[in-house]
Design a binder for this molecule. Structure first.
Ligand SMILES: Nc1nc(=O)c2c([nH]1)NC[C@@H]1CN(c3ccc(C(=O)N[C@@H](CCC(=O)O)C(=O)O)cc3)C=[N+]21
Length: 300
């Protein structure tokens, strides 16, 4: 392997340390304790693990964690009532509704009900529009985490050729907006892109966010390019024993690491940064709600 490894786990620990310092100061100087509410509908075991680790890290940085676990059969009215209650609660500065929701619930309607100022996922259309027009907004956690790692690596991203593979509302599109905001030349590639390998070969920055295990091989990567792997795919790992599973990204790590200048691993790359940025966003929302200066280096 020739690429430098971008250690998202260590980076996330540093971000949480910075958040914890700010939280301690907020408490000491202003008597304010940031609160993050997570709403989980249904019993998906993977979601439960994720919600548990979020709750643990929220408390570790000194914030208050609120968890609302609702039955999978909850009605839209009941879910909306919970959101209204969290919107009105001054102890709650951030609200996250775990996605995806069960099919009978309208995600756009539910997300649209969250007070945009408390929308720490940055999924509300007000925040999407603010980001798209370069205004102050809540920024989706995964793209924000990727941006932090890229800024740390490059210093300035100005003039870089960036290719984002994937056009989702939660990663691809906001990632492209953030890169554009940092003056990259941005291409959004997707399943219908003609000659994807040639498009990716132009890139100084490749962000892979498609959800297809190991789909980007090393021979698509320009030598020295920086590869950010957003994918978290659980696949069979017969080499580890019958029935065993492993986590892999959207890029083929071993071949890409032979060519890239730097690369994020899976696990231990973008994933931990997503949770760290959720805490950073909760801190930012708390500062804005109280007309206090925002933490430096923790926002877009
Ligand atoms: N409203 C909403 N916002 C989200 O941000 C959101 C969501 N819904 N629904 C579910 C997905 C999933 N997600 C992950 C975050 C971190 C890791 C993470 O830290 N993964 C570890 C590995 C964990 C393991 O070993 O399973 C890593 O990549 O190193 C994984 C998954 C956020 N999500």
């Amino acid at each position: 392997m020739t690429a430098q490894l971008i250690d998202g786990k260590a980076f996330a620990a540093r971000v949480r340390g910075q958040v914890a310092e700010h939280v301690a100061r907020l408490k000491q100087d202003h008597g304010i304790v940031p609160g993050l509410a997570v709403v989980l509908v249904g019993e998906d075991p993977a979601s439960q693990v994720y919600v548990r680790s979020k709750g643990k890290q929220t408390v570790e940085v000194g914030m208050t964690s609120f968890e609302h676990k609702l039955d999978a059969s909850v009605s839209e009215e009941e879910l909306i009532a919970v959101i209204d209650q969290l919107n009105a609660d001054p102890a709650v500065h951030g609200i996250l509704v775990q996605l995806p929701l069960p099919k009978h619930l309208n995600e756009d309607l539910v997300i649209g009900r969250i007070d945009p100022a408390k929308d720490v996922d940055g999924f509300h259309i007000s925040n999407v529009g603010l980001l798209g027009t370069g205004q102050k907004s809540m920024v989706p956690c995964t793209p924000l985490g990727c941006l932090m790692m890229l800024r740390d690596h490059f210093g300035s991203l100005s003039g870089c050729e960036a290719v984002v593979i994937g056009r989702s509302n939660i990663v691809g599109k906001p990632m492209a907006q953030l890169l554009l905001g940092d003056s990259c030349t941005v291409t959004i590639a997707h399943s219908r892109t003609r000659d994807l390998p040639e498009v990716v070969r132009r890139a100084d920055i490749v962000v892979a966010a498609v959800g297809r295990p190991e789909m980007v091989p090393g021979d698509w990567i320009k030598p020295g390019a920086v590869v950010i792997d957003v994918g978290i795919n659980r696949i069979a790992a017969p080499e580890k024993g019958a029935g065993k599973m492993k986590l892999v990204g959207d890029v083929d790590f071993s071949s890409c690491a032979e060519v890239a200048g730097a690369i994020t691993p899976v696990p231990g790359g973008v994933g931990p940064m997503t949770i760290a940025c959720l805490l950073a966003n909760t801190l930012t929302a708390t500062c804005r709600a109280n007309d206090l200066p925002e933490p430096e280096g923790l926002t877009a």
